[in-house]
Ligand binder design. Structure first.
Ligand code: G6P
Length: 608
C-alpha cells in the first residue's frame, strides 16, 4: 500500500526521503515520486516502477532542498503510471501526497472543474491539492485552509502538503489512515510507517484521527479535530536496523521464516507459568470479563483470517465456546446477529488493515461484551481501538507474504483459548498439557526448519506446473488454505485448498500428472481417512507431496513423503505451516519472482 514520508531539516533531505521510500518498499507499490522545495521552484519528480528509478532521476537532477515530501503509490483510482504517481500539485504552488481513498471524489472533482481547476491525473488524490488551493483564497492561514478542505473530504486519508510559498514547513493531516511524526536532531519528519524514519529517530508521535500538524526543522505543532492546539504523547521506539535489514538472507521472507522459533518464544514469554496461562495477559480485568463469555465472533483478512479459522477449533475443543468467523470485508454486510455475552475478536499483523478496522468499528456499535485484538504492532490503530489486546511480539514483518506473523498469531490465539478456558474453569489438565507443549514449540519448529533440504528437492516438481491442490482435514484445512495462499502469493502458481473429503465432489476432475497435490497428514483419527483420499489421487496419476507424522507410511510413487517432528497434536497446525512456507519460498526462488514484493500485492491494505 501507499507510503508517505516528509521532512523539514537543516540539511539536504532528498537522499533521506528516498531512503525512507526504500524502507517502505516492502508494503507493495507501483510508482514513486518526490517534491522538494527550492527557492527557484519546486523540484517535482515521479517514476513508474521501482524507487531505484526515482533515485536515478534524483542523481541526474541533483536537487538541493531542506524541505520535501515523497510517496510510493499502490493504484486504487487510475492505472499505475507516472501521471498518476504522487505528489500531485495545484498550479505550481501546492504539492500533496495522499494515502487512502476519497470516496466523494467524483462530485468534488466536478465542482473543482467547474471552478476552472484542470486535472492531469485519474486519481482521487489530485483534487486534495486543488481543494486546498481553492480554500487558501479566503482563509486566514494555511492551517485554516487545510481544515476547510478536510471538511469536504469523505473517506480515509493521510496527507502531507508542501506549499511553495512556505520554505520552512510541511503540513500533515490524518483521518483513518496511519500517520506519525518523528522528532529528529535539527529536523522533524512525518511518515505513514515508523520504519520509513526509524534510522533517523526513535521518538515518534502517533497522530490521532482528525489531527493536523505543522513540522519545521526546529519545531512542530499539532491541532486536534476542532483546530485547537494539542500535545500528543511522544513514544520512544527502538526499531533496530537489524530488524529492518535482511542480514545474510536473500529475502526478508526467508529471514522471517527462520526467525520463527525466537518469534514464538517472544509471544509466549512472560505469559505462561509452569502449568497454566498467567492471569490478565490481555489487559487488566480481562480474566473477569472472559468468565462471562459464551460465544466468539472473529473477523480478519488474508493470513490472519486463516489463523482465526484454526483457532475456532481450539476455542470450541479447549474453551467450549462456539465461534463464528467472517472475512472482515464481509462481516458488517451480513447484518450479523449478536448473541448475548459474545466476544468480538480481530486478528491483524499490521493493525491497520482497513477492512478489519471497519469491522471493529461496526462491532463497537453492537452489543458485544468487549473487543479483543491479536496484533503485532503496538502502535497501530487496532491496538488503540480494541478493549483488550495481546501483542504477538514477532518483530517487524517486511515480506508481503506473512510467515512469522501467522505462527505467532496462532500461539497468541492458543493463549487466548487457554485464558478463556481458565476463566470458565474448564480443562485444567488439558491447559497444563498445552502450556508444556507451547514451551517446547520453538525447539520443534527449529527441527521442522531442518526439512529445508528435502523440500528443496521436491520444489522443482511444483515450480514446473501452473496449478496445485492443497489438502487437509479438520483443523488442517485452514493450514492447507494458508499453504495455498503462500504459494499463489509469491510464485503466481494457481493454488487451491480443499478439505480432503470434498475431493470426490469436484476437484478430483482436475487431477492428472500436471496437478501436484500437497497434503497434510498428521497423526490423528483423520489421517487414515485422508490417506484413502490420497489413494484416489494416486490412482488418477496425480503427484503426491505429503507432509506427515513419522507414523504415517504410504507409497507416494514418484512424489514425496516428508515426516515432520513429533509434537502435541493440538500444536501441529503451527508446526505443519513451516514446510508449506519453505515450499512456497523455494518454488518462488526457482520461478524467479519478486518474493518480498509480489506483483499487485501490498503488505498493509489500508483501503477498504
Ligand atoms: C494483506 C497482506 C497479507 C495479510 C493481510 C491482512 O493482504 O498481504 O499478508 O495477511 O493483508 O493483514 P493484517 O495486517 O490485517 O494481518
Amino acid at each position: 500500500m501507499c507510503g508517505i514520508i516528509a521532512a523539514a531539516s537543516s540539511r539536504n533531505v532528498g537522499k533521506l526521503l528516498v531512503q525512507g521510500l526504500h524502507r517502505m518498499e516492502y508494503r507493495g507499490y507501483d510508482s514513486a515520486g518526490i517534491a522538494l522545495h527550492q527557492d527557484e521552484g519546486v523540484v517535482h519528480l515521479r517514476t513508474l516502477g521501482k524507487v531505484k528509478l526515482l533515485e536515478e532521476k534524483m542523481i541526474q537532477e541533483k536537487p538541493r532542498s531542506k524541505l520535501g515530501i515523497a510517496h510510493t503509490r499502490w493504484a486504487t483510482h487510475g492505472e499505475p503510471s507516472e501521471i498518476n504517481a504522487h505528489p500531485h500539485k495545484s498550479s505550481e504552488r501546492i504539492y500533496i501526497v495522499h494515502n487512502g481513498i476519497i470516496e466523494n471524489h467524483v462530485e468534488l472533482k466536478k465542482e473543482l472543474e467547474e471552478k476552472g481547476y484542470a486535472f492531469t491525473s485519474q486519481t482521487d488524490s489530485e483534487l486534495i491539492a486543488h481543494l486546498i488551493e481553492l480554500y487558501l483564497q479566503d482563509s486566514s492561514s494555511f492551517i485554516d485552509a487545510i481544515y476547510k478542505a478536510k471538511k469536504r473530504l469523505e473517506g480515509a486519508y493521510a496527507i502531507a502538503v508542501l506549499d511553495y510559498q512556505d520554505p520552512n514547513s510541511i503540513v500533515v493531516a490524518r483521518h483513518k489512515s496511519p500517520l506519525l511524526i518523528g522528532l529528529g536532531t535539527d529536523e522533524n519528519l512525518a511518515a505513514s510507517d515508523p520504519l520509513a524514519i526509524a534510522q533517523l529517530t526513535n521518538e515518534f508521535i502517533f497522530l490521532e484521527d482528525g489531527d493536523v500538524a505543522r513540522i519545521s526543522s526546529d519545531s512542530y505543532e499539532i491541532f486536534d479535530t476542532n483546530q485547537a492546539s494539542v500535545q500528543r504523547a511522544i513514544t520512544k521506539l527502538d526499531i533496530t536496523s537489524q530488524a529492518t535489514s535482511k542480514g545474510d538472507y536473500r529475502h526478508f521472507m526467508e529471514k522471517e521464516i527462520y526467525e520463527q522459533p525466537e518469534a514464538i518464544l517472544n509471544t509466549i514469554d512472560g505469559r505462561v507459568g509452569a502449568e497454566d496461562v498467567l492471569d490478565n495477559i490481555f489487559g487488566l480485568n480481562s480474566n473477569e470479563l472472559f468468565s462471562k463469555v459464551e460465544r466468539i465472533q472473529i473477523a480478519a483478512c488474508g493470513t490472519s483470517l486463516h489463523a482465526g479459522r484454526v483457532a475456532a477449533n481450539w476455542l470450541s475443543s479447549i474453551a467450549g465456546l462456539p465461534c463464528q468467523i467472517d472475512y472482515a470485508s464481509e462481516y458488517r454486510y451480513r447484518n450479523p446477529y449478536v448473541d448475548k455475552n459474545s466476544l468480538f475478536i480481530t486478528i491483524s499483523q499490521s493493525g491497520e488493515t482497513a477492512d478489519t478496522l471497519a469491522a471493529l468499528s461496526y462491532a463497537k456499535e453492537q452489543e458485544y461484551l468487549a473487543t479483543v485484538g491479536i496484533c503485532n504492532v503496538p502502535t497501530s490503530t487496532l491496538a488503540r481501538e480494541s478493549d483488550f489486546v495481546l501483542f504477538t511480539n514477532a518483530g517487524p514483518e517486511i515480506g508481503v507474504a506473512s510467515t512469522k506473523a501467522f505462527t505467532t498469531q496462532l500461539a497468541g490465539l492458543l493463549l487466548l483459548t487457554l485464558s478463556l478456558a481458565k476463566a470458565r474453569g474448564l480443562n485444567p489438565k488439558l491447559r497444563t498439557r498445552v502450556v508444556e507443549a507451547l514451551r517446547t514449540l520453538p525447539e520443534v519448529i527449529r527441527d521442522a526448519l531442518k526439512l529445508k533440504d528435502q523440500i528443496i528437492e521436491m520444489a522443482p516438481g511444483v515450480a514446473s506446473k501452473d496449478n496445485s491442490l492443497f489438502l487437509g482435514r479438520g483443523i488442517f484445512y485452514p493450514v492447507a488454505k494458508e499453504g495455498a495462499l503462500k504459494l499463489k502469493e509469491i510464485s503466481y502458481i494457481h493454488a487451491e485448498a480443499y478439505p480432503a473429503g470434498e475431493l470426490k465432489h469436484g476437484p478430483l476432475a482436475l487431477i492428472d500428472e500436471d496437478m501436484p497435490v500437497i497434503a497434510l497428514a498428521p497423526e490423528s483419527e483423520i489421517a487414515e481417512k485422508l490417506i484413502s483420499n490420497l489413494e484416489e489421487v494416486k490412482a488418477r496419476g496425480g503427484k503426491l507431496y505429503v507432509f506427515a507424522d513419522p507414523s504415517v507410511t504410504m507409497d507416494v510413487k514418484a512424489g514425496r513423503l516428508i515426516h515432520l517432528p513429533k509434537c502435541d497434536f493440538l500444536l501441529t497446525p503451527i508446526v505443519y505451516t513451516i514446510p508449506l512456507q519453505i515450499l512456497a519460498y523455494e518454488v518462488a526462488l526457482l520461478r524467479g519472482t519478486d518474493i518480498d514484493q509480489p506483483r499487485n500485492l501490498a503488505k498493509s491494505v489500508t483501503v477498504e
